[in-house]
Design a protein around this ligand. Structure first.
Ligand SMILES: *[C@@H]1O[C@H](CO)[C@@H](O)[C@H](O)[C@H]1NC(C)=O
Ligand SMILES: *[C@@H]1O[C@H](CO)[C@@H](O)[C@H](O)[C@H]1NC(C)=O
Ligand SMILES: *[C@@H]1O[C@H](CO)[C@@H](O)[C@H](O)[C@H]1NC(C)=O
Ligand SMILES: *[C@@H]1O[C@H](CO)[C@@H](O)[C@H](O)[C@H]1NC(C)=O
Ligand SMILES: *[C@@H]1O[C@H](CO)[C@@H](O)[C@H](O)[C@H]1NC(C)=O
Length: 184
C-alpha cells in the first residue's frame, strides 16, 4: 500500500509543474524556507545527513525510478527526509542537472533551514527533519498566475478545468497501479 499513499503529493507536484510553463526562464525557480522547525548548525550531523542526501540526488548511481526520489539519511534527532520529483517528460540527465541547480539555489537561499522546498522548471526538491513521505500537504505552495488573458467565462473555464484535473488524477492512479503490478 506504499505506492497509493504517495499519490497525493505526486499529483500536487504535477499540478504545480503545469502552471508555470508560460513564464520566462528566470521566473521558473521559486522556493520556501520553512522557519518553524528551526535551523541546523554548521558542521552538525544534520548538515552531514543533508549533504549525503544532496549527493545521492545528483548521483547517476541512485535509482532513477521515473524521476521520483524519497530519501532519508541519519538517525533521530538528526534524521533528514527528502522527496524530489522530476517532470515525467525529462531525461535522467536533464533531471539531475535540475536537481543540482535547485539544490544549489536552496543552499544559497535557505542556508541553515532544516526544512525547505524548491520548485524549478523540470524538478522539485524538498527536505525536512520529519517524515512527510506519503502525506497530503497543501502548503507550501507557489501559485503562478499567467500574465495572459483572463477566461471570458470563468464558470465554464473552471468546470472544464475540474474535469481535466479529475481525468488527470484518474490517469495517474491507473498508471501508478500498473507500475505496482508490473514492477513490484
Ligand atoms: C520510498 O518509497 C518506497 C516505495 O513506496 C518505499 O518502499 C521505501 O521504503 C521509501 N524509502 C524511504 C527511505 O522511506
Ligand atoms: C552542480 O552545481 C554546481 C554549483 O552550481 C556546479 O558548480 C556544478 O558544475 C554542477 N554539476 C553538474 C553535474 O551539473
Ligand atoms: C528544462 O529541460 C529542458 C530540456 O528538456 C531544457 O531545454 C530547459 O532549459 C530546462 N530548464 C531549465 C530551467 O534548465
Ligand atoms: C484579469 O482579471 C483580474 C481580476 O479581475 C484583473 O486584475 C486583471 O487585470 C485581468 N487581466 C487581464 C489581462 O485582463
Ligand atoms: C474527461 O473524461 C471524459 C470521459 O472519458 C471525457 O468525455 C471528457 O472529454 C474528458 N474531459 C477532459 C477535459 O479531458
Amino acid at each position: 500500500m506504499e505506492c497509493p499513499r504517495l499519490l497525493p503529493s505526486t499529483h500536487l507536484a504535477l499540478l504545480i509543474f503545469l502552471i508555470p510553463l508560460t513564464l520566462a526562464a528566470d521566473l521558473f525557480f521559486d522556493f520556501r524556507c520553512i522557519s518553524q522547525p528551526g535551523n541546523y548548525t554548521p558542521n552538525s550531523p544534520y548538515q552531514a545527513n543533508l549533504n549525503s542526501i544532496f549527493s545521492q540526488l545528483i548521483s547517476p548511481n541512485t535509482d532513477f525510478n521515473y524521476g521520483f526520489y524519497n530519501l532519508s539519511a541519519g538517525e533521530n534527532p538528526d534524521q533528514v527526509y527528502s522527496t524530489a520529483l522530476c517532470r515525467g517528460d525529462r531525461t535522467q540527465d536533464v533531471c539531475m542537472s535540475c536537481l543540482n541547480e535547485t539544490i544549489a539555489r536552496l543552499k544559497q537561499n535557505c542556508p541553515m533551514n532544516k526544512e525547505a522546498i524548491g520548485w524549478h522548471e523540470n524538478c522539485t526538491v524538498r527536505y525536512a527533519n520529519r517524515n512527510m513521505f506519503g502525506e497530503m500537504e497543501y502548503t507550501p505552495q507557489s501559485p503562478k498566475p499567467s500574465t495572459g488573458e483572463n477566461a471570458s467565462n470563468p464558470d465554464q473555464f473552471n468546470q472544464a478545468l475540474d474535469q481535466l484535473l479529475s481525468n488527470l488524477s484518474a490517469t495517474v492512479v491507473t498508471f501508478a497501479s500498473l507500475q505496482l503490478v508490473t514492477y513490484n
